[in-house]
Design a protein around this ligand. Structure first.
Ligand SMILES: *[C@@H]1O[C@H](CO)[C@@H](O)[C@H](O)[C@H]1NC(C)=O
Ligand SMILES: *[C@@H]1O[C@H](CO)[C@@H](O)[C@H](O)[C@H]1NC(C)=O
Length: 290
């Protein structure tokens, strides 16, 4: 049972003997291509070219072939000892740029949504070992919104105890942008039921995200300048990052002593249209939100 030096098994009984055995015995089997990996961009903009890399160390062995697969289908093979070395197999939605593809990388021209998915690279060493290693990763194809995010439904002034209700949305995109709302710099986590949804994908797979805010306004929400800042951040992976930032004010009648307020306008009087934020881009009241 005891794993001595004469019984070359890969045992984990003692970390040291296991390590020694691994180095002495196992490495002969697994040395090559040990650290093979793919470097695939997490997200690529639609219609841009995408370069997928296969990173490996032959550790003295000769390369026999590199094969690239999308899902189960092989679409590119590089065999250095054959002429031509590079072969392209046509599959739907992928256009390989042969002049920018070799033993280390494959470049796809003008990727569309159909190019998104799982990609695998298979590295094979030549004789005598024929060691093969397969590594894979995912490519996302992104179409960003045409405009920055937009906060809708804000009034320019509020009174204490009133609810601030607003929505943030972006133009449709694929995938829909992640929207995060900040109130005075702190991430807003809605406890009340507020809208948070995506529209159905259109024919280009684009969806519009909407996130709602509903806050009962207290004095603590307003700084010394009687303002509250609301910010909406829209992100898509690491390829898109835009914000809309607004500030709203406490109604000036709240800044005067209560006895004067009594004789002033009643707090519940309906607001005039010009009390509303003009929406900057002229899109309030936002008929676009569906
Ligand atoms: C936010 O969006 C929802 C759903 O479209 C809508 O019912 C609500 O009125 C909107 N709120 C504001 C303040 O615009
Ligand atoms: C949105 O956020 C989630 C959680 O952080 C993340 O897993 C996902 O990849 C993000 N999606 C996009 C499109 O950025």
């Amino acid at each position: 049972m005891a794993p001595g030096p004469q019984s070359p098994r890969c045992s984990w009984r003692s970390p040291w003997s296991a390590l020694t055995l691994l180095l002495l015995v196992c490495t002969g089997v697994v040395t090559s291509l040990r650290d093979a990996r793919v470097e695939i961009p997490r997200a690529v903009l639609r219609y841009k070219d995408a370069t997928l890399r296969c990173v490996y160390d032959m550790e003295g062995e000769e390369l026999y072939s590199i094969k690239w697969y999308k899902g189960q289908q092989e679409f590119f093979r590089f065999t250095p000892k054959e002429t031509p070395s590079a072969k392209v197999f046509h599959i739907e939605g992928i256009d390989v740029m042969k002049e920018r593809s070799d033993a280390r990388k494959v470049t796809l021209r003008h990727v569309d949504h159909s190019a998104a998915g799982r990609y695998a690279c298979e590295v094979s060493a030549d004789r005598p070992s024929f060691t093969t290693s397969m590594v894979e990763g995912r490519l996302n194809v992104v179409e960003v919104p045409r405009h920055p995010p937009n906060i809708l439904g804000l009034k320019s002034r509020y009174q204490l105890g009133e609810y601030l209700r607003a929505n943030c949305t972006t133009e449709p995109s694929h995938p829909p942008a992640n929207l995060t709302i900040y109130i005075n710099g702190n991430q807003y986590v809605g406890r009340e039921r507020v809208s948070h949804f995506k529209t159905r994908p259109d024919e280009e797979k684009r969806q519009r995200p909407v996130v709602g805010v509903s806050i009962k306004l207290l004095a603590e929400h307003f700084g010394p300048d009687n303002k509250l800042k609301i910010r909406c951040l829209a992100t898509i992976y690491d390829v898109y990052n835009k914000v809309d930032e607004r500030s709203v004010e406490l109604r000036s009648s709240y800044l005067v002593p209560p006895n004067v307020l009594e004789t002033n306008q009643p707090p519940n009087e309906p607001y005039d249209q010009d009390m509303y934020d003009d929406g900057k881009r002229g899109r309030y009241p936002g008929g676009e939100v569906t």
